[in-house]
Design a protein around this ligand. Structure first.
Ligand code: SI3
Length: 289
């Protein structure tokens, strides 16, 4: 399960319906153009928490149908309704997804025993491998190394999607659990994560910038830090502008300039205005996206 994964974008029409042919095009360009090793499906970038259960299942189904066994597939099934998380986990497992991932339960201040119960319940009901999705900035859940250790006691918990800028904790986790999979989640800090020993990364911007990400990762792993930084600087010039314009609608607008039916974001997220669309065109041509 090592490697670079795009956190798959999902195209919607203005009513919030999934654009199936556009989704298939995004999957194909991720495989053929960005050369990614896998897809992280129904994560934050897939606007998962804005979709209903039927839509989430539809995305799992289309992705598996389009990608088959060409690349690795991770299904993010985390939900506040544990029954929904289990239902989605069973669905993705039956479809043949290589592993599941679930965001730490959020909004309510769950204690650690409740968080462990949630992961163990999904694993027991599905029998699939689990990658913990840790993203403290959005969930408010900061797991300690002792808590990761407790979660790892279930051998089906094979790793973490680590979306945090705490490189001290990352170093501690890497040292303590050399056999667990660590996939880094902040694209703008890929070089730091790579030298910290992660096994790969999952990112939204890899949908449009996967080839540069691959260069950063490989160069950093080979110890060619100076060149890796050159690629990371260029990448961060792109990411800075993407974040300023609005991450998901901008990534979709970039894909649209390439003739992909990337659609819009799902309300209440807002689409880009005309000025921003002009800036996207400049970005695409300046960085050859
Ligand atoms: O779909 C996902 O779960 C992700 O894409 C997670 C990933 O860590 C992204 N985080 C979010 C909240 O979108 C990053 O790729 C992020 O977009 C990027 O580093 C820019 O900040």
């Amino acid at each position: 399960m090592k490697g670079l994964y795009s956190a798959l974008l999902v195209p919607f029409d203005e009513e919030g319906n999934i654009l199936e042919s556009g989704l298939r095009q995004i999957i194909r360009q991720n495989i053929e153009e960005q050369k990614i090793d896998g897809l992280y499906v129904n994560g934050s970038s897939g606007e998962n928490f804005l979709m209903n259960t039927i839509q989430k299942k539809k995305v799992f189904e289309i992705v598996k149908d389009e990608a088959g066994n060409e690349i690795k597939l991770i299904a993010q099934v985390g939900a506040l309704d544990l029954k929904e998380a289990i239902e989605l986990g069973q669905y993705a497992t039956e479809l043949g997804y290589d592993a599941l991932s679930a965001v730490t339960p959020f909004y309510y201040p769950f204690n650690f025993e409740e968080i462990k119960y949630y992961y163990d319940a999904i694993i027991e009901a599905t029998g699939n491998d689990m990658i913990i999705y840790s993203i403290p900035a959005l969930t408010g859940v900061n797991l300690s190394i002792q808590q990761f250790d407790e979660l790892f006691k279930n051998e089906k918990v094979i790793g973490i999607k680590y979306t945090a800028a705490d490189f001290f904790l990352l170093e501690r986790i890497r040292k303590a659990f050399p056999d667990k999979l660590i996939l880094s989640g902040f694209d703008e800090m890929l070089i730091q994560a790579a030298v910290s020993g992660v096994d790969g990364a999952i990112g939204s911007t890899y949908n449009i910038n996967g080839r540069r990400a691959r260069q950063i990762f490989n160069l950093a792993k080979e110890g060619n830090i100076q060149e890796a930084y050159e690629r990371q600087h260029e990448t961060n010039d792109i990411i800075e502008q993407v974040l300023a314009l609005g991450i998901y609608p901008t990534l979709k607008a970039v894909l649209s300039t390439k003739g992909i039916e990337a659609g819009s974001v799902k309300r209440p997220l807002a689409p880009l205005d005309d000025d921003s669309l002009e800036k996207v065109k400049e970005l695409v041509s300046k960085y050859n996206l």
